[in-house]
Ligand binder design. Structure first.
Ligand code: SF4
Length: 263
């Protein structure tokens, strides 16, 4: 059967999109955390789970007085996994947190301030080299904890861009980020708010079944409404599926996995 032709990609009116989203949703005030370390921990915990689950896990870490790099790193893995159980995939995430804190202690003496003195490109490469940290998690850390002007891409971003013909299907993580970084000023506050607004759009309107009639972006024509779903960049769910965490998978699988960015 001949393949359906891919519609051409058009120029996204990013400023008008931003204005429409901001007018509709109002200020998003991300990222909700008391410290930059907590923010980075949250960026790992939020992989493949709803933010409400992350909040419960963070609250348990706080009660255990473990929201400090050395204390978190010193915690026995089973105990750490138990604290973060509400976030799902807790054994995998415990190992990821351990890998992150180990690197933070070894490379930066456990100091988040020292970590963010690293040039952002090098820091991004270092973060990506840590087990379980992919581009979305690394960029969330760089933007929301470090204040660096990098654009965070997630499945919601990809979905609304493809539906409107502003991104080609199969575009990589970096290509998707460039849709924004090439056309907008490198402004961390703008990127912070834009990403948060896109998540609000994805949660409320641009869902698997879109609610275009009430959507603040309804004035722009849609190219297609059924882009193939799939991970962008590394696929955390796929990584997890091959991690051998059978009991944990069964446990987490009983929950409905929703998109995971705060709040
Ligand atoms: S819900 Fe419809 S109008 Fe809104 S962003 Fe998605 S495709 Fe566009």
């Amino acid at each position: 059967m001949p393949r359906k032709p891919t519609p051409p990609v058009s120029e996204p009116p990013l400023r008008a999109i931003y204005r429409a989203l901001a007018a509709h949703f109002g200020p998003q005030r991300w990222w909700p955390a008391r410290t930059r370390f907590e923010m980075m921990v949250g960026a790992i915990l939020t992989q493949n789970t709803a933010w409400t689950n992350v909040e419960r896990a963070i609250a348990r870490l706080r009660r255990a007085r473990a929201l400090e790099p050395r204390r978190l790193h010193a915690a026995p893995l089973p105990e750490l996994a138990e604290w973060i159980r509400p976030a799902g995939y807790f054994n995998v995430k415990a190992r990821r947190l351990r890998a992150f804190t180990g690197w933070l202690i070894e490379a930066h003496g456990g100091s988040v301030n020292r970590l963010f003195r690293t040039p952002p490109d090098r820091l991004r490469a270092d973060l990506l080299a840590i087990n379980g940290i992919g581009p979305e998690t690394a960029d969330s850390m760089l933007l929301y904890a470090g204040g660096h002007p990098v654009f965070v891409v997630d499945a919601y971003t990809r979905r609304f861009l493809i539906r409107h013909g502003w991104l080609r299907e199969g575009a990589s993580y970096d290509e998707t980020a460039e849709v924004f970084t090439r056309r907008l000023p490198r402004d961390a506050a703008l990127f912070n708010e834009f990403h948060a607004l896109i998540v609000a759009l994805g949660k409320q309107y641009c869902r698997a079944t879109p609610r275009c009639d009430a959507c603040p972006l309804r004035r722009w024509p849609r190219a297609r409404l059924d882009p193939p779903e799939g991970p962008i960049g590394p696929a955390p769910l796929i990584e997890l599926a091959f991690s051998g965490e059978k009991r944990e998978r069964a446990d987490s699988g009983r929950r409905k996995i929703r998109r995971s960015t705060p709040p």
